[in-house]
Design a protein. Structure first.
Length: 88
């Protein structure tokens, strides 16, 4: 559920907005400046414990032996650690 509020209102209600997100984690607050949406306040994506480590191990297996790697694994994992908007 999205709620559109002005930046002035968001400043006044910030503590209440944070409490609301604890109660309703699917809620999204869109912040406007001069009637244009410039930001969103939402709860962070939930990552299961060990999920990042499992993705790293999976990538390492796909890359094969170290002698054939040209880049460190850490340069290839950003797409697995961060959830893109709309994916979950």
């Amino acid at each position: 559920m999205k709620n559109v509020i002005s930046i002035t209102e968001a400043r006044k209600r910030l503590p209440g907005i944070i409490k609301s997100l604890k109660t309703f984690p699917d809620r999204v607050y869109q912040i406007t400046v001069h009637d244009e949406v410039v930001a969103e306040i939402r709860t962070p994506a939930k990552i299961k414990p060990g999920e990042a480590a499992a993705k790293l191990l999976e990538i390492r297996k796909r890359l094969g032996p170290k002698k054939y790697r040209t880049k460190p694994i850490s340069e290839n994992i950003k797409e697995h650690l961060y959830v893109a908007e709309g994916e979950e």
